[in-house]
Design a protein around this ligand. Structure first.
Ligand SMILES: O=C(O)CCC(=O)C(=O)O
Length: 249
């Protein structure tokens, strides 16, 4: 699987903790996905993201500064690609090894004027030595720019033995070594979720949309219990390979 990434790309992912995978979605596809997400936001209303509220593994499922939708796995074929794309899976394998599964597939849109997050890691906010448990990919559904709430990452920090709050007076503040991910809509970047990262403030008057396709190693609980939510329709559609990635076989 890792042959889909060059040795140089794997080495970059390993040393920096993140990697651009390029533009994996066409403009037409991005438009189609955004329309479906809009429909879901309308139809779910106040209930949007409710599956996250049910999860005992998420401490703060509601984020005032962002719109969220959860369990996209069961909300249309259009979302299948987010957890089956071979390049993404090659990146996940490079971080987590062969034994991994999808943890959750969620939508996050930083609202105008909001969306800033403190620098954090995605694993119980505690440091582990070298054996990584979680890996995320962010699919850009709008161009990410320096001002519209794009993700920031502090390269290499997955290899440090410190958490952001141990090393910084204020993890909400910007870090001197942070980089802001800027790329066109349809692009994907993957990151070791033990690298320090977070959303930034969206200083525009339009939402900054993205989908997070988040993976964990097989020995970890999923953020969304996929067995609980999986529908027969999804199972039939995604076949055995998809079911294996979701761990619902
Ligand atoms: O959407 C982003 O830019 C990052 C989101 C993130 O890190 C999170 O929600 O934990």
């Amino acid at each position: 699987m890792q042959a889909l990434l060059t040795p140089n790309e794997i080495s970059k992912l390993s040393s920096d903790g993140f990697l651009f995978l390029g533009r994996l979605l066409s403009t037409e596809k991005v438009d189609f996905i955004n329309k479906r997400l809009e429909e879901l936001m309308l139809s779910e209303g106040e209930q949007a993201g409710r599956e996250l509220l049910d999860s005992k593994y998420i401490k703060h499922p509601k984020e005032a500064g962002a719109d969220r939708l959860a369990d996209l796995v069961n909300k249309g074929e259009v979302f299948d690609i987010f957890y089956t794309d071979p390049k993404v899976l090659a990146g996940v394998e490079a971080v987590l090894g062969m034994n991994y599964k999808l943890s959750s597939l969620n939508y996050r849109a930083a609202k105008p004027g909001q969306g800033n997050q403190k620098l954090h890691i995605d694993w119980k906010n505690s440091y582990i030595q070298g054996v990584y448990k979680v890996c995320n990919s962010i699919w850009l559904l709008d161009d990410f720019t320096k001002v519209n709430g794009a993700t920031r990452i502090v390269p290499g920090t997955h290899r440090s033995s410190l958490l952001p709050e141990e090393a910084m007076e204020d993890p909400w503040a910007s870090h001197p070594d942070e980089i802001i991910i800027t790329a066109p809509a349809g692009s994907v970047f993957i990151f070791n979720s033990h690298v320090w990262h977070g959303g930034t403030t969206n200083q525009t008057d339009l939402s900054r949309r993205s989908i997070h396709s988040y993976f964990c190693s097989s020995d970890q609980p999923q953020q969304i219990d996929q067995k609980r939510y999986i529908t027969q329709e999804t199972k039939d559609r995604i076949g055995l390979n998809g079911q294996k990635i979701l761990d619902v076989l």
